[in-house]
Design a protein around this ligand. Sequence first.
Ligand SMILES: Nc1ncnc2c1ncn2[C@@H]1O[C@H](COP(=O)(O)OP(=O)(O)OP(=O)(O)O)[C@@H](O)[C@H]1O
Length: 124
Amino acid sequence: MKAWLAAEARRFWGTCVYSWRGWRAAWASEKTLRQWTLANALSIAAALLLPLSPGERALIVALGLLLLAAELMNTAIETVVNQLSPQRHPLAAKAKDCGSAAVALTAIAAGAAWVFVLWGLWVD
Ligand SMILES: Nc1ncnc2c1ncn2[C@@H]1O[C@H](COP(=O)(O)OP(=O)(O)OP(=O)(O)O)[C@@H](O)[C@H]1O
């Protein structure tokens, strides 16, 4: 049991290290990730300053973090495509375009949440 716990703790630590390494690599190469992170920081600050309910704040924060996760997955897709298909190919275009669409949809979801939350503040 003790050995199993130690192995699980090591595995979890490894996951944390790899994730932090991935974040730093994407941060260094992807301007879009840096821009979304700034937008997210402003969004979270606004959500904390405005008189929102805990549920509304949770929605804004969660969708903002999901947007960063979508951007990281898009970066992962772009990186693999660039490695496997440096020459132009319709399948490479499809993979990259789908990654972009995923980021765009998540951004629309976060924007829509803000519109409804602000609308709720306005009519109150
Ligand atoms: N190898 C390829 N084969 C075919 N089309 C490609 C290829 N690489 C890129 N494209 C097309 O160009 C678009 C932009 O690709 P690119 O790699 O420049 O992404 P990007 O503009 O850097 O994206 P982001 O701003 O999210 O980092 C893709 O969505 C795709 O339509």
